[in-house]
Design a protein around this ligand. Structure first.
Ligand code: SPV
Ligand code: MN
Length: 652
């Protein structure tokens, strides 16, 4: 019996909306689709007073030709229906622990597809360096051809969400159409429900739209037509189309697909949509200072958000708005789609605990053992000899068609879980007004240039030399050579939907008119010594965050370096003792915090070359980099290529 032969259980919603909620409203195009929607689904849609929404849904039912349509109001019954649908369809399998399921993406569908993700622009638009674009008319035609009948035999899910708390002036309502119960299930875990927001806002809703189809599936329920994988972002209609893929970064509309739409909207409206964590850092007397932080994938973002003793608001997408002279941040999400590789009981005790308790979690692309357990690279304990993973049946030593040994789990394997079970969840994580931002941190993987922590002189200096100049070395999780420096401004490069120059200008302008702009810092957990070993322990970041927290309140010292302000030894020695209970040797400090003039100058040259090729780069960016270069050359004249932090004067 195929998965479509069975009748689905009745959703049986208790919050059944009245069908005549808007008596004057014409059923429009939806009227003809009543049979496919069922009375209940039709009623749910008609209870929202928004003909544009209705026409949009009708258009894709007609084009994609699903066998039936399920409309979710976000009620507990509807959420349960989708959870069950994911099992029934075979997209997820139950594991031994209650609430745990596993999903596999196809072997060639394990990460974001940069190549086939395009921002659609009208003919004649000037090329945008670092933004992949496609001709809007041609690409819309192409993807609509691909979508014709693509959902035949599948159930379509129509779901409503909110990026951000409900209600909140900063939030964006979204509608997701998908034929993947795994995608809908993931979104129910990761995002706030938005059906009520749509009902409340009616025609005033300015919503994002997402249409996704996994396309034809193979016997393992994985997308088959990978050659026709396409992710097209239509800025004009604020709509994203994604087909023939399942991997979350390509398919979950509200994640990175929405980030592209949000960056464009933010630039028009003067706010920031960022690839950032949000966390609370405790200071003296129970004070809590909120930080946001941008880190490229696999550079410590989630582990920073989970820092022992601190609190988490979000780990991936932050919206930053100005209110009453300060910056406010909301987490667009309410869950984590986290990298699981390397998570172990010693280094990640909080995540470890959540991953081992009963409760709703989707594991993706890890190894499933015969007893319904899971294993991933770097987990405590021995590697199971066999099981099932993203390559199908797996055993130690198995090789793929190219002769490459297949690890037990994919390096980009993930866990999807809500924030609620985390013991470090910040009490204000869902505050509709957001949390006030005291500091912004830019992190990168850098073996030889940046000191472990450094404060920018001011907002513009931070945006230019820390955010806009961010470079990070590639890791095993990215295809291609390891250890190659990649330019990744604000760690948002993959998600840019507007010209880079405009994006930088919006960031610079955002700092204007603030009473007390957030301080900006850089952190680098990956500095290496001459022998190639890391200079810092992974726990040292706990100290860097305490120093930064004190700096926000003017309660710690700093030394003036040509590149910014660094912590004095005395402050760090005290903090290492207080936070980690250990001594911090003067020699370690001298090595970690020496200013590497040569490497810093080389970096400025690289960044200058890049921005010289970017039209409309704000002049201010070049001025600030030139000033930094001058300071470095001047300091080199006095101290040579490597400056000891003990030679630096206290900041004024
Ligand atoms: C990242 O890679 O930054 C992620 C996962 O958060 S994805 O959804 O693929 O973007
Ligand atoms: Mn991310």
């Amino acid at each position: 019996m195929s998965k479509f032969d069975r009748d689905p259980p009745s959703p049986g919603s208790k919050t059944r909306p009245a069908r005549s909620a808007f008596p004057g409203q014409s059923p429009g195009a939806l009227g003809a689709l009543r049979a496919k929607l069922g009375e209940e689904g039709y009623g749910k849609l008609m209870a929202i007073d928004n003909p544009i929404l209705h026409d949009f849904i009708a258009k894709y039912i007609e084009l994609c030709e699903p066998e039936r349509v399920f409309v979710s109001s976000g009620s507990p019954e509807d959420i349960e229906y989708i959870r069950e649908a994911a099992i029934r369809s075979g997209e997820e399998m139950r594991l031994a622990v209650e609430g745990h399921t596993i999903h596999f993406d196809g072997y060639w569908d394990q990460a974001r597809d940069r190549e086939n993700t395009l921002i659609l622009v009208p003919k004649g638009t000037a090329p945008m360096p670092y933004v992949r674009t496609g001709d809007r008319e041609e690409r819309l035609k192409e993807i609509h051809e691909i979508m014709k009948g693509i959902m035949r035999g599948h159930e379509m899910y129509v779901c409503f969400y909110s990026l951000g708390p409900t209600p909140s002036p900063f939030s964006i309502p979204c509608v997701q159409i998908t034929d993947s119960s795994y995608v809908a299930h993931s979104e129910n875990i990761l995002y706030r429900q938005g059906y009520e927001a749509f009902r409340r806002l009616g025609r005033a809703a300015r919503f994002f739209k997402f249409v996704h189809s996994q396309g034809e599936l193979d016997e393992r329920k994985c997308s088959k037509n990978i050659a026709k994988r396409r992710i097209y972002i239509d800025l004009e209609e604020e709509t994203v189309y994604s087909v023939n893929t399942q991997y979350g970064g390509n398919s979950i509309g509200l994640k990175k697909l929405s980030l592209r739409l949000a960056i464009r909207r933010a630039s028009k409206e003067g706010w920031l949509a960022e690839h950032m964590l949000i966390m609370g850092v405790r200071g003296p007397g129970g004070r809590r200072t909120y930080f946001t932080g941008a880190f490229p994938s696999l550079c410590g973002k989630t582990s920073t958000a989970m820092l022992e003793g601190e609190t988490i608001v979000g780990d991936d997408i932050a919206y930053l708005h100005k209110r009453g002279g300060e910056v406010r941040a909301i987490n667009a999400e309410k869950g984590i789609f986290g990298i699981i590789m390397g998570i172990n009981s010693r280094d990640d005790p909080i995540i470890w605990k959540v991953l081992h308790r009963p409760g709703e979690i989707i594991f993706s692309n890890v190894l499933m053992t015969e007893d319904g357990g899971v294993y991933w690279i770097g987990k405590d304990g021995p590697i199971p000899p066999r099981g099932h993973n993203h390559s199908g049946e797996w055993w130690i030593g198995k090789r793929d068609a190219n002769g490459k040994e297949i690890p037990p789990s994919h390096p980009n394997a993930r866990f999807t879980v809500g924030l609620e079970p985390f013991e470090n969840l910040d009490p204000r994580w869902d505050d509709p007004e957001g949390v006030p931002v005291g500091a912004i941190v830019y992190g990168s993987r850098d073996s030889d240039t940046l000191v472990p922590v450094e404060e920018a002189f001011d907002w513009e200096h931070g945006i230019v030399t820390k955010g806009a100049s961010l470079e990070s070395e590639t890791t095993a999780a990215v295809l291609g050579k390891e250890g190659v420096r990649e330019f990744n401004p604000m760690s948002n490069l993959d998600f840019l939907s507007i010209p880079l120059g405009e994006y930088i200008r919006n960031n610079l302008d955002f700092g204007k008119g603030l009473e007390k702009p957030p301080k900006i810092f850089s952190v680098n957990y990956f500095l290496r010594g001459r022998d190639g070993a890391f200079l810092n322990d992974r726990n040292d970041k706990r100290v860097w965050f305490k120093w930064m927290e004190l700096r926000v309140h003017g309660e710690a010292g700093a030394l003036d370096a040509p590149t910014g302000r660094i912590p004095p030894y005395e402050d760090l020695r005290r903090l290492f003792k207080e936070v980690l209970g250990r001594d911090y040797a003067e020699g370690d400090y001298a090595e970690q915090f020496k200013i590497r003039v040569r490497e810093n100058l080389a970096k400025i040259e690289r960044i200058m070359r890049i921005y010289e090729s970017v039209p409309d780069t704000p002049k201010r960016l070049f001025e600030i980099l030139e000033e930094q270069k001058r300071r470095l050359i001047e300091a080199r004249g006095r101290h040579g290529d490597y400056i000891s932090p003990f030679d630096l004067a206290p900041a004024r």
